[in-house]
Structures are given as C-alpha cells and as structure tokens.
Design a protein around this ligand. Structure first.
Ligand code: DGJ
Length: 688
C-alpha cells in the first residue's frame, strides 16, 4: 500500500471507477471492467506509479478529474478561466470527500471545484461545479476527466447532417487532440455528444469498450487527447466560452459506461438509462401509440375536410395518434412568416381546431400539435411588437427565414408559456412536436437553460402532454432534452434505406421507445427514391412506429401490408419497447442487422435489412448474440411470404419455424434467403 494516498471506488453494472488523491484533485486510478468486490483498491495505488526518463520533468503531473495548467500539465487543462482578464492557474487541494462527492479548494485564487458522481442504473454519471469568490470569465470547464484506454486504437465518434444523422466516424488515437465542438447552440446534427472508445479488435458484440455521453442540448466540446507522455485523457464540457461571466458554473452530467461485450454493452446501458431513468413518461401505463404525422401529406395546406379524410384512412391502417404539423397558426402559408404568432389561423380554421380534434377522437385516436416555440419570423406580429426579443445582431444571417427568440429573457418565456398553455388548456392535446429549425446566431448556454425552464414549466402544468424533440430531424438529441421530452424525431429522412442506417447507428444511444420512425410516401420526398411498402413498414416498425404520408396514396395491396405490419408492431410493442437493441456483427457489409432482445432473454426479433446489393452471390450467415448456448430457440422468418421468386430453392426457414441451438446461432449464424436490396427480413426467436 502506498502511503498518503486516499482511494475510493464507485461500482456500476459492468464497471468500476477507482479514484485516488494524494492531497490534490482526485484522479481516476482505474476505470474499466468491474473489479471484484474483494479488491482492496488502496493497494492499487502502487500499481499505477509511473517512471520518467530524460527530457521529462521529474514527476508526471496528475491526470486528475480536472487537470491543472498550473501544475506543468502539458495537455488541455480541465479549467480555463480569467479574472479581470488575467488567466487563472489554480492549484487545488482536496478539502472534503465522501466517495461520491469531492470538494477541492484553491485558497489563493479563491475557487472551489466540486465533483459529483452517481450510479444511475447501468451508467455512472459525473459532473463538475465551479464556485468562485467574485466574478470570473469561464472559457472551459470539464466534466470530471477520465483516462482514455491505452489499448484503444480508435475513437468512434459521430457526425451527421440534415437527413443524414448519426454517421459514425473512426479516428485513430494519435499525438495531440481530437476536438469536437458543437457551436450551433444545440447538441446538433454535426457533433452528437457521444463517443465510444473501443479497445483493439472490439466489435458490436465482442471486446472491451468505453463510452461517454454528455447530456447537454446547448452545444458541447469533447477533447480526446494523447499526451506527450502517452497517457490519454477525455474531456467533455459546454462549448467553449458560451457562458456569461459569473461566480457559479456547473457542467452537465457526463454519462459513462464500460463493456466487455462489445459496443452493445455500452449501447444497451445508454438505451436503458435514457428510457428508464431520464425520460419521464406521461402515461407509463399506456403502450406507445402508433403515430400519424401529416407533414409530408399536406405541408402548409390545411383543410379540415382533407385532414378528416386523411385521419379516417390513418385510423383504418392502425394509427392511434394524429399529429397536425406546421401551418395551423398566424398566417403560416409557407416558412417565411408567423413563427411567434401562436394563435390558430382563422382563415384555415374558422371554427378552430376542435372540429378536427373531435373527429380524431371519434376515430379512437389522440391528437398532437406542432410548435416551434424558440423561433420567430421577422414577418410576424411578435417580431413587429418585440424586436428586442430577437437574439443576435439585426443584420444576422437568417436560417429558414427565421431567427431565434432570447429564451434567457423571462418575459419571452412567459409569453411563450402563455401562448402554448392557452392552446393546451382549451384543447385536448396529447402530444407536442417541439421543433427547432435554425442554428443559433450566437452559441449561448443561457438559451438552452431557458428552453429547459420553459419545457419544465409546461411539463409541470400539463403533465399528460408528451413532447417530441425535433430539430430539423435529429438536431437536438441528448439526455438534457430528454429530461423534458419523451420522443425524438431522429431524422427528416423517411427514406427507408437511409433510415435503416441512421437507426442502426443511433441505437448506440437510443432505445426504440423514444425513437420516432415513420412510413413515408412511396416517392420519398427527401431522396426521390421509391421503396416498396413492406420495406418502408418494417424499417418504421423497428422503432416507435408511425406514418407520414397521405395514406390515400396507398393501393389496397399496400394498405394491407401496412395494416399487417402495424398489427404485428402493436402485438409486440409491450416487450419490444422495453427491449435491448443489440447491433449484430454482419459478415456482409450490405446487411445492417440488429437483434431486439427481451429483458428476460426469452424472446427476440432480428431485423436484417439489406441496404445494398451484396458483393457475394449468396447471403452469408448472420451471427446472433447474447443467447443461452445450452438452450434451443424456435426461429421463424415471419415475413417469408416476401421472398422473391429469384430466391428459388426450398429451405426450411422459408417453409416455417425451425428449432436451432443458441450456441449454433451465435457461432455459425442464421442463413437467410436471398433477397433484393432494400428489403428487410424479420425473424422472431423464442427460447424453447
Ligand atoms: C422540420 C421538421 O423536422 C419537419 O418534420 C416538419 O415538422 C417541419 N419542420 C415543419 O416546418
């Protein structure tokens, strides 16, 4: 045992974090796969002592929870702040520690840092608080800093864009910094605040993996840095310099997971955490309703009779919630005007929304409505009355012809609250689609805090109303917004092939229950592609299913397919919306496959989507995962009737259920019939 070193351990399922301090800010002595409970962690301090050699200073500076620039630390410091324009170089001493909360003080600079950890189900959360005597200007404050894996070669992070969310990027660890910063004022399409740090050779199903998610919607920064001495550090915080000067600052919570079972171990930890601990469900007893959204059916062209006819058809197909999207307020005939004027447009709705809502209810559906509260068009009564409520410079560049309201201003929040509450208290609204369609002119954290406050107030006063987070599709998806919302509009792409990929990669974070997915029009409005109804329906059925097209375009045959898939979705939603999504390691890169596994392991469904034509002529076997090697499973290809005549050979799976051993399915894999690209095989499995 090394003297004068204090140690603490934090255990969550699958991971242990050991913190150590020799008087200064604690640092992670160990972060990795769970250590046996019998380990005396104080004995480990001796095992992490490091040598130095020529050309180095005499002792390695701590890689602490907040590396200090004032301590010869050569990498990115965890705290960068100024007082009266002068950079601070604090040296903190640990003053209090109870194993989950650590308080450190620099008496000279008069700063206090507090690090707070919690075990939240399958993840560890951590946050940093800075308190200053007097005002400081904060440039950067990191959530508790942890080491990057020494056995990792790559960093798996995400980029994306409108209709192309959650694209995986793989960057090698190399000398210096990988910096990802979202400066758009939202978590963003471009830099989703999540990253995976796999060890060498890890796949979806195997190997050691570390993962982190920063739960903040206002723009963040991630630094993954290899230090000159070879150690690696990972930092997350709010985007640089986005907070006003002050005396108290908090980071958002950083969520951490470790897996010895590949990326899936972390993915499942995040899925469960968001679904079971972050989101508060307005109707926990109610199954997720099949959703209908009219946006791609009618856009701004609102007509009561047309919408009633659409609602009739949507209900027949199986919809249970009908959502009126953009265009019902102000004089909103296109996207150039009226944001901010949240009064029902009497030209389009002479008798208000009640006739439509009553009709929707008469069909057994609940009703939902679109808002974009944070935004304003300069062509609006609101902007004319309150130009001072608009955020940013007068000559700013607009986005979608719109600007942003200053949500840090309580008067603005009060106005928006009153407008939205007036609609909610006079109409039976079950759900709000809360949109956000432009980047902020200035990246400012107070804006996101204002949005959270407004949402919290509405949620408190209208607790049965569900909110969906939409930002031109998936531009604001993070644990911060999900504290106030229950669904995310993952993408404006209803192209089934693209959605298949987006969903697959977003499952590294998102569970099915909160991921909206809609069956779009036959001719996709964002890609021009034509996909058959079965493929469109099955892709939507992978997540929280909905429709978003004019359902009157469906032929009878298409309507029948969609009705059947929707009925299957409803029959299975109870267990599937609580299932783990496990990404499969497909031997064929053109097949994107996942296994949705019931919590008790007794049943699963595999979706094997063929996103492109395969290089080889026959399908390669698809290995399943997390089965009981000793058990048998009844396997059934439930949509075998979709087999094309070019799949021309008898195979047992095409005729009916098979019983196969779990180990065989995990080691050899399941051989599926040949198919065209843009098709999905759906396989149910049940332990026998
Ligand atoms: C952008 C959203 O992502 C769409 O789904 C739709 O709601 C439009 N805004 C409405 O303007």
């Amino acid at each position: 045992m090394t003297k004068d070193v204090q140690t603490w351990r934090i255990d969550a399922p699958g991971q242990t974090l050991v913190l150590a301090s020799s008087g200064g800010i604690p640092g992670a002595l160990y972060w990795g796969a769970a250590l046996p409970t019998s380990v005396d962690v104080s004995s480990l301090a001796a095992g992490v002592a490091r040598d130095v050699t020529g050309g180095m200073i005499d002792v390695l500076p701590e890689l602490s929870l907040c590396p200090e620039a004032g301590n010869s630390f050569q990498g990115q410091a965890g705290l960068v702040a100024y007082r009266d324009g002068v950079a601070l170089h604090p040296r903190f001493l640990l003053t209090e520690a109870d194993g989950l909360r650590f308080v450190c003080r620099d008496a000279t600079e008069k700063l206090t840092l507090t690090f707070t950890f919690a075990v939240e189900g399958d993840v560890i959360s951590a946050k940093t608080t800075l308190d200053a005597d007097g005002v400081v200007a904060l440039h950067h404050l990191a959530a508790p800093v942890l080491p990057g894996p020494q056995y990792g070669e790559d960093i798996l992070h995400f980029t994306g864009r409108w209709i192309g969310e959650f694209q995986l990027e793989r960057s090698p660890w190399r000398a210096g910094l990988l910096m990802r910063e979202a400066r758009s004022g939202r978590s963003g399409h471009e830099h989703p605040p999540i990253a995976y740090f796999p060890e060498r050779g890890a796949t979806n199903t195997q190997g050691a993996v570390f993962a982190m998610h920063y739960g903040w919607s206002g723009g963040h920064v991630m630094y993954a840095e290899e230090l000159p001495d070879g150690r690696r550090q990972i930092q997350w915080g709010h985007a640089t310099g986005t907070r006003p000067a002050g005396a108290h600052f908090e980071t958002s919570k950083l969520y951490m997971s470790v897996s010895e079972a590949g990326l899936n171990g972390c993915a499942v930890a995040f899925q469960r955490h968001l679904r079971d601990r972050v989101v508060t469900w307005p109707h926990p007893e109610r199954p997720r309703p099949v959703h209908y959204n009219c946006w791609e059916a009618i856009y701004f062209d609102h007509d009561l009779q047309e919408l009633k006819a659409i609602a009739d058809r949507a209900a027949t197909l199986g919809a249970e919630r009908f959502v009126l999207d953009d265009g019902w307020f102000g004089k909103r005939d296109d996207d150039t005007s009226s944001l901010g004027d949240w009064d029902i447009d009497p030209r389009k709705w002479p008798d208000g929304l009640t006739p439509l809502i009553d009709h929707v209810h008469s069909l057994g559906m609940v009703f939902g409505l679109w808002f974009e509260p944070e935004m304003v068009n300069m062509d609006s009564d609101l902007a004319r009355a309150h130009p001072e409520w608009v955020l940013g410079a007068v000559d700013q560049i607009e986005g979608r012809q719109q600007r942003v309201l200053d949500l840090a201003n309580p008067e603005v929040r009060a106005y928006l609250y009153d407008k939205i509450a007036a609609v909610l208290s006079t109409h039976d609204v079950d759900y709000i689609k809360w949109d956000h369609n432009r980047l902020l002119p200035i990246s400012d954290a107070t804006q996101a805090e204002g949005v959270y406050a407004l949402m919290a107030q509405l949620r408190a006063d209208f607790p049965t109303v569900e909110i969906e987070s939409c930002a031109s599709g998936g531009g604001r998806i993070d644990a911060g917004i999900l504290k106030h919302t229950q669904r995310v509009w993952l993408s404006d792409s209803n192209d089934a092939q693209e959605r298949l990929r987006i969903q697959h990669d977003a499952a590294l974070m998102l569970p099915a229950a909160i991921t909206g997915s809609h069956v779009g029009p036959r001719h996709c409005h964002t890609s021009g592609r034509v996909h058959d109804i079965a493929f469109r329906a099955w892709v939507a059925a992978q997540r929280h299913m909905g429709f978003e097209m004019d359902p009157r375009e469906l032929t009878e045959a298409e309507a029948q397919v969609l009705t059947e898939v929707t009925a299957w979705w409803k029959a299975n939603r109870d267990w599937r919306m609580a299932a783990d999504i496990l990404r499969l390691d497909s031997a064929d890169p053109s097949v994107l496959a996942e296994q949705q596994m019931a919590g008790d392991g007794t049943q699963f469904v595999v979706f094997a989507g063929k996103a492109a034509t395969s290089a080889q002529i026959m399908p390669r076997p698809l290995r399943l995962t997390r089965l009981d090697a000793d058990a048998d499973y009844k396997i059934e290809l439930i949509n075998r009737s979709e087999a094309h005549h070019l799949s021309r050979r008898e195979m047992p799976l095409k005729s009916g259920p098979l019983t196969l051993n779990g180990q065989f399915l995990m080691q050899h894999g399941l051989i599926l019939p040949w198919s065209f690209p843009d098709r999905m095989w759906v396989i149910e499995g049940r332990r026998v």
